[in-house]
Design a protein around this ligand. Structure first.
Ligand code: G3P
Length: 222
């Protein structure tokens, strides 16, 4: 399973990339607006693309097909690893088809049902992003979308990758991985939590205490 970092924070992306923990990055207008402030968002995206070798999703804000294709084509010029993020709408699906025909990679975002994922795959999306956490928030089982999409994509050998998005905690990652999602995009705090277990800390503390005791005993015996 590939891990993407779901952020536009240069600090977090540098950390995760240097630690070798991520295979790519996803951004959205909310995340980019937070990071960019007064800067040109294109410059922020350019910097992100230089920090990671893998795909970097950048979202269009136009709502009509022509606008999305125009914006997507401009975004794709920023760097070779840009993936154009397109919302799951009728206009969006026409844009995905056109961008794919022109050789651009796309990530269909704001998917909340497996049939939306199927539509996006049929349009030629490189990735589909079902939003797990936001479904859980409204009392639905977000992981069901991943489960159904996996079966459907396997039934028809669809090459579109399932990108589990809106991940809120490590259990989401485990479940998505067990189902066979191709990618999970994680906020930095969730990625950090994947490394942690209290028994690891306790075990390490015990190993060092035992070792230091042995060293002290050996010193005292001299
Ligand atoms: O980037 C899309 C998605 O991962 C957003 O997550 O936490 O805002 O629902 P969240």
């Amino acid at each position: 399973m590939k891990f993407f970092l779901d952020t536009a924070s240069l600090k977090d992306i540098s950390w995760a990339a240097q630690a070798g923990l991520i295979d790519g990055v996803t951004t959205n207008p909310t995340l980019l607006a937070k990071q960019a402030g007064d800067l040109d968002p294109r410059d922020v995206l350019k910097e992100i693309c230089s920090l990671v070798e893998g795909p970097v999703s950048a979202e269009v804000v136009a709502l009509d097909t022509d606008g999305m294709v125009r914006e997507g084509s401009e975004l794709a010029k920023i760097a070779d690893n840009i993936v154009v993020k397109i919302p799951m709408t009728e206009a969006g699906m026409v844009a995905v088809r056109r961008l794919a025909t022109d050789g651009m990679k796309t990530n269909v975002t704001l998917c909340f049902s497996s049939v939306q994922c199927l539509i996006a795959a049929k349009a030629g999306a490189t990735y589909v992003s079902p939003f797990i956490g936001r479904l859980d928030d409204v009392g639905q089982e977000g992981m069901d979308v991943i489960r159904e999409a996996r079966v459907i994509f396997d039934n028809y050998q669809l090459a579109t990758e399932i990108l589990a998005a809106s991940i809120r905690h490590p259990r989401h990652v485990v479940e998505a991985a067990m189902i066979g999602a191709d990618v999970a995009t994680l906020p930095a705090d969730v990625l950090k939590k994947l490394l942690l277990h209290p028994l690891t800390d306790r075990g390490l503390e015990q190993f060092l205490a035992d070792w230091n005791q042995r060293v002290a005993r050996a010193k005292a015996a001299v």
